[in-house]
Design a binder for this molecule. Sequence first.
Ligand code: GLY
Length: 334
Amino acid sequence: MSDIAIVGGGVIGLAIASRLVDRGADVTVFDGGDEGAWHVAAGMLAPGGESEHEDPRLIRLFERSAELWPGFAAGLGVDVGYDDTGTLGLAMTADDVAERSRLWTGQQLPLLRPSQLRELEPALSPRVRLGALARAERQVDPRKVVAALRDRLGSRIVAKRVDSLSDIEARTVVVAAGCGTAPLTGLPVRPVKGQVLRLRGEPGLLRHVLDAAVDGREVYLVPRADGEIVVGATQEERTDRLITAGGVHELLRAALDLVPALAEFELTETTVGHRPGSPDNAPLLGRLDERVIVAAGHFRNGILLTPVTAELIADLVLTGEADPTLADFSPRRF
Ligand code: GLY
């Protein structure tokens, strides 16, 4: 048995394990076999936050992780779809403009008129009224990131579902089990359902990630270099895995209103996942007791927060010292 066990073979658990291995530690990852939220996630890296209500301490954590992303992606040694073209925020109606303007003003982004927007993205609907380019926002393909981490860790990943932490013999246990963290630790991590679509067509229709308000509906479109466009996402306080007619309709309607040419794309995947939410929607990072450390509850920002989580948790495991940042995200705060 290794000194250190990681419970959870999703992107967070694998990234922590990889960081620990880089630093010479003996690690086993227990992967329960369920595809985590990473499998559905579009991979938007939005350090400015997705709402004007985001806690400044969380925004600082986002920014710190966004700074780590280029090095983290390069360190994986393969193409993981890291792209820094930027995100175009968009608003369709007057109400959408009012709602999005507050966020853009808070982020100090210059506003773009429809003609400027269509210079950047010619396929946009002429109905889009206002936008803003967030150059600091990036994207990555989470499925490629997980594949790269799995390759690096190889036989250190063991296919085993852990039902109780007392079944594990390791000196230190890191619980990075996403929504599965709650039954293992009693911590308040709840599943927040998201339905996500994947379309495929001619590459190059879109250049930027689009993050839009369309008649009061939120939608994002994440274009990959190979012609895939990820369309997300619903946000539902539900635990089921149903892909609903209403969910798919809502996403397709908003996507096609925004970019009418997508009507010709193939609908290649309809997927559902559960974001691990916490009561304040900030992650739970740090020591739970002598032996157990938690890295969970990343909610809508698991991919963005992967590098900083790996760094902070690996430090805590190896030195026993908690970075001061962790005080704001203690799993014992609830
Ligand atoms: N970060 C996007 C989402 O959770 O849908």
